[in-house]
Design a protein around this ligand. Structure first.
Ligand SMILES: Cc1cc2nc3c(=O)[nH]c(=O)nc-3n(C[C@H](O)[C@H](O)[C@H](O)COP(=O)(O)OP(=O)(O)OC[C@H]3O[C@@H](n4cnc5c(N)ncnc54)[C@H](O)[C@@H]3O)c2cc1C
Length: 449
């Protein structure tokens, strides 16, 4: 490659980078996207559920052609103990047949299609190109160096490099502090091949329709996080994660030792523990693992977001720590922030001014949008779960014992059973139980602070 100059360089062909590239290329800007993977999606993980609204905002009606797996018709949330699974929520929403809210996707299929939309709009997408550093001159980001010969220059560099272990571009350039162990989760995922009819039978879905199951409590050995099963066309995405700081060594299987809430040795062991739970094992019977991947997820809310702009650069998506782990959202924040960054660069181009002051309008857009509102609302959610391990460690067990007593027919009168359950709550939780649950409801947004 020779030294070349563009209106904008986008680092990374994930949802954030491609949304930014489509937005800018549609407005006639000269845009290049640099992706280190062999092709877009080859390095991406995600569970993953993708949201129609945010995709439609970027590609319009073309969302209908996107290579998705299944529309999500049902959402399930389970609380698990080592002996039981409580389905706290099961919402089959038939409105989503006509107007899908979300889809399961496999990024190796979705991302190349999304990147092709950027190319149709006029952007160049160059794969197998690692951006090694940002070129900074007189306090202004003016381009990037890559592993290839020749540097690339642009009026604006849109950094959409995602989040990962080790120092990334922004950290290396001193534009973002290194991520702390309690600010991100490590998630793992297996793609498991299973006959579509078996998927539909086991998850009670109509042909072509899908279901998302998310499990808390013993699923993650009581740690702050959750495990999931998402139904794809002929595979299941099975995975989950907890904070990096929770992988602190110790005993792994609660069924082995009869107690939850101890250290987790590795993400893989947590996944195996989940797959072997008596409520999960039959759902996966005969399914063959065809792929195994691990990746990080930002989890620390608005406060952990780095500076989003500076002279000549903008930061979007996971690179900007934008994610809402309570609602399992990340791809939508990435697409929306990429689009807003693109719109800001278009304005800057019109003004002929790519200074920090002009690019700060991007932060204004984010702050006035649902992104900042949601990121602020869930600022304390993960910290609260981390600092109150009983919420996912002890309380599911308490609820399970109460229900076991409630449903058991054993010659004990219902009045005596009620007394027993009340005694159980008093002994194990008492007032603390109530306070903890009110705190959780506030942090998770069900009650106002
Ligand atoms: C297991 C798991 C499950 C998830 N499930 C969901 C879900 O169900 N729903 C949801 O909405 N979100 C989910 N997420 C989060 C979601 O994946 C992210 O929020 C989203 O992918 C962020 O998009 P992005 O474009 O910011 O980053 P990424 O998708 O990470 O894309 C970054 C891109 O940049 C490239 N890149 C990085 N560094 C360089 C470099 N130096 N040079 C060139 N290219 C580079 C990478 O190869 C990659 O293609 C999940 C994440 C994980 C790990």
């Amino acid at each position: 490659m020779q030294d070349e100059k563009f209106d904008a360089i986008v680092v990374g062909a994930g949802p954030a980078g491609i949304a930014a590239a489509i937005t800018m290329a549609k407005a006639g800007l000269n845009v290049v996207v640099l992706e280190k993977g062999e092709k877009p999606g080859s390095k991406n993980v995600m569970g993953g559920i993708l949201y129609r609204h945010n995709l439609e905002e970027v590609v319009g009606d073309a969302w209908k052609e996107a290579p998705v797996e299944r529309p999500m018709i049902e959402e399930q949330r389970w609380f698990m103990t080592d002996q039981a699974a409580l389905r706290l929520l099961g919402h089959k929403n038939f409105r989503h047949r006509e107007h899908p809210n979300s889809f399961s996707v496999l990024r190796a299929r979705f991302d190349p299609w999304f990147a092709a939309k950027a190319e149709e709009a006029g952007a160049f997408v160059i794969n197998e190109t690692v951006v090694e550093s940002l070129i900074v001159r007189d306090g202004r980001v003016v381009g990037v160096t890559t592993g290839r010969e020749g540097d690339l220059f642009a009026d604006a560099v849109v950094v959409c490099e995602g989040i990962g272990l080790g120092m990334r571009l922004l950290e290396r350039a001193g534009l973002k502090k290194p991520i702390r162990a309690n600010q991100a989760a490590i998630a793992v995922k297996e793609i498991m091949a299973l006959d579509p009819e078996k998927i539909e039978d086991r998850f009670n879905c109509e042909p072509g329709e899908g279901c998302a199951v998310e499990c808390y409590g013993d699923a993650t050995l009581g740690k702050s996080g959750f495990m999931f099963i998402y139904t794809n066309k002929d595979t299941l995405s099975v995975g989950g994660g907890v904070l990096v700081s929770d992988y602190n060594g110790g005993v792994v299987s609660s069924r082995d030792v009869g107690r939850v809430n101890h250290g987790i040795v590795s993400p893989n062991e947590m996944l195996e523990h989940f797959k072997n739970h008596p409520a999960i094992k039959p759902l996966l019977k005969g399914a063959e693992t065809v792929e195994y991947v691990a990746k990080m997820i930002p989890e620390a809310g608005y406060r952990a977001m780095p500076k989003l702009y500076g002279n000549g650069y903008l930061v979007c998506g996971d690179a900007a720590m934008m994610a809402n782990p309570v609602h399992r959202e990340g791809s939508n924040l990435a697409m929306a922030s990429g689009r807003m960054a693109g719109e800001t660069v278009i304005q800057a181009k019109e003004l002929g001014d790519f200074s920090e002051q002009t690019l700060s309008r991007y932060k204004g857009r984010i702050d006035n949008s649902w992104i900042a509102k949601d990121m602020r609302k869930y600022n304390d959610a993960v910290t609260l779960l981390e600092q109150n391990p009983d919420l996912l460690g002890k309380y599911p067990g308490l609820l399970d014992s109460a229900l076991d007593e409630f449903f058991r027919v054993d010659g004990v009168s219902k009045r005596d059973k009620q007394r027993k359950v009340l005694r159980m709550f008093r002994k194990e939780g008492g007032l603390g139980f109530l306070i903890d649950n009110v705190k959780a409801a506030i942090a998770l947004g069900f009650l106002p602070p």
